[in-house]
Design a protein around this ligand. Structure first.
Ligand code: SF4
Ligand code: SF4
Length: 375
């Protein structure tokens, strides 16, 4: 690990007067992190965020997004909000559904002050290849609105993730900036369904983007079954299967999956050195990504808002702050409630979120050694 520590700026959430509002805190974080320096005059400034799946309500508040948009405009940029279409069949699978969902969630021009552009086009066809020459990929596929932007502010709701352990700035860059083909390349193979556990609810079939799941009616029992030739390993079936009938070979699949995510994140900003800023919101720290069509109760109390120029330092700081908390009762935490224990592992026992940080550092995405500076 590098000796040099990267500044990560932190604002807690307590407030007793107007100048302590979250909007004022975002302004102060933006200034402290020097984000105005990433913007040149008239630059097309992508604000990468997640608009939230329909049914989810823990995406970043549009009022906070408006604050960042106003700051980018004041710095001379021309901001636009962007995200890429999903692989799975949900409410953001193509640009029309995606924009409709974003508007339903409050990301209208009147609120956010910037246009919305779906990063990878109508059906995920707009992307460019970016050379990275790493272990898994020589080049990665990145959505055109990301590659075409001069600079980028990456706003991430920091929370858990069933496969990656946690979802923050790195995952927002990786999955969030890639088209369907890029998402497929990152995902995993090796999903299967345990017949004895399947209650034939059909949820996995409804969410599978590949129509890779069908009924197997052997031995007088109806159970779902995955066609391995059609499966692209997106993991949607794993997320929606309540009886945990869908499984993955965690031992051999997890580490390569996490490494591919880190390499894609590297590619998303490879051509924007010094022109990207990151803000993570440690609020509503749910066990799942905002791609799910619900919002579970949080694992730990709200913590604050953090900003940095380094996505690895930022995510490392967020993980540490989450783990310092006492886990909340009546949450998805099954163990690891005590301060200092790994909360995301307490929610998803197979995942090892730390691998994302160590591999991201190894490939040069950033530095997990940070200095937390309270503003
Ligand atoms: S979601 Fe799970 S329980 Fe339901 S049909 Fe699919 S594998 Fe079976
Ligand atoms: S992991 Fe495979 S089977 Fe499961 S939803 Fe994705 S494509 Fe379908």
């Amino acid at each position: 690990m590098s000796e040099q520590k990267v500044p990560v700026y932190f604002a807690g959430l307590r407030a007793r007067k107007p100048k302590e509002s979250k909007i004022k805190k975002i302004e102060a974080l933006f200034a402290s992190a020097g984000f105005a320096e990433i913007v040149r005059k008239d630059a097309l400034a992508a604000v990468k965020l997640h608009f939230g799946e329909r049914g989810n309500d823990t995406f970043i508040n549009p009022v906070f997004v408006r604050t960042v948009v106003d700051l980018l405009k004041a710095a001379g940029g021309k901001p636009f909000l962007t995200d890429s279409n999903t692989l799975y069949n949900g409410s953001r699978h193509n640009a029309v559904d995606h924009l409709t969902t974003a508007l339903e969630h409050g990301f209208a021009y009147a609120t956010v002050g910037a246009p919305l552009i779906i990063a990878d086009g109508l059906n995920g066809e707009s992307f460019s290849s970016v050379p990275i020459h790493k272990n898994h990929f020589r080049e990665v596929k990145i959505a055109d609105a990301v590659t075409g932007a001069h600079c980028m502010m990456v706003l991430s709701h920091f929370k858990g993730h069933e496969m990656a352990g946690f979802g923050g700035a790195i995952k927002n860059l990786a999955m969030g900036c890639s088209p369907s083909q890029g998402k497929c390349e990152q995902h995993s193979s090796g999903f299967s369904i345990t017949r004895e556990r399947c209650i034939a609810c059909g949820m996995c079939m409804a969410h599978c983007p590949q129509s890779a799941i069908s009924w197997d009616k052997r031995e007088g029992k109806r159970a779902a079954s995955i066609d391995k030739d059609k499966c692209v390993g997106c993991g949607e079936c794993l997320t929606v299967c309540e009886p945990k009938a869908v499984t993955i070979d965690w031992g051999s699949e997890l580490r390569p999956l996490i490494e591919r995510i880190a390499e894609y994140a590297y590619g998303a900003i490879a051509e924007k050195k010094g022109r990207v800023g990151f803000i993570n919101f440690l609020m509503n720290i749910t066990p799942d990504c905002d791609c799910v069509a619900w919002s579970d109760s949080p694992l730990v109390p709200d913590i604050g808002i953090l900003a940095s120029r380094d996505p690895v330092a930022l995510d490392a700081a967020c993980c540490s702050l989450v783990n310092q908390q006492t886990g909340l009762a009546n949450s998805h935490l099954k163990c690891h409630h005590a301060p200092g224990e790994d909360k995301f592992k307490g929610a998803w026992k197979h995942t090892v979120g730390e691998w994302l940080l160590t591999y991201a550092e190894a490939i040069g995405l950033g530095n997990p050694a940070y200095e937390l500076i309270s503003i």
